[in-house]
Write a protein that binds this ligand. Sequence first.
Ligand code: ZN
Length: 230
Amino acid sequence: MAWQTIKSGKWLLIAVSLFLLLLVLSPTPVGASALSTGEEMAVDEAYALIPTSIQMVDEAITVLSQGWTGMSVDEQQLFRELFDPGETGEIDDRFISDSLENFRRIRRRFDEELAIHPGRDMDMCITNRLLYTDYSHIFVCPYYNQEDDASRKARMLVHELAHFTLWARDRHYYQPRTYSARYAALTPRGPRLAQLPVLGPIFREIAAADTLYHPDAYAWFAAEVFELPG
Ligand SMILES: [Zn+2]
């Protein structure tokens, strides 16, 4: 009898532990509380703009697939402005193919199920920020509903996806048609240490001085190349 009690007590303990473990392991209940109308609108629109972001990335892939010499002068100019802003001349065939591969990785990420939630972290939703990411989900800030530039919304989705596809943090943001010495200081591959095998990626993220892993370079190139005539 005593053995039975001990045995069932043991199983109860195991069941409770398993339950607690599942609770701990289950994803953060982001959408646990009800969405407000504004949040629902923003999340719905963010989902609806996924095809536009995909078109932008597809266009970038089409353009880069032609290789440097196959690109038009405007496409080359745009690529240089974003990926070699300091005109180091480091853009070669290998760089084109590395950035193309990163675009393809971002594109593949769009094929996986994207989780978009209302963004309630007001430390993240500063000023006119539209989206942020925890490197696995996308969060939509309250300002999203006030922004009527759909292109910016689609571009920012590419930016956030680039963050967690490339596992990269922000370098200095790009400002179109505005010279920025800090953006111009970025180089295609960053410091030499960033190119070391194995430890390179750690140095690269510490320095954050390259464009090859800069989410904004990908987002802006995709958005702007999509707008180019022809
Ligand atoms: Zn960012």
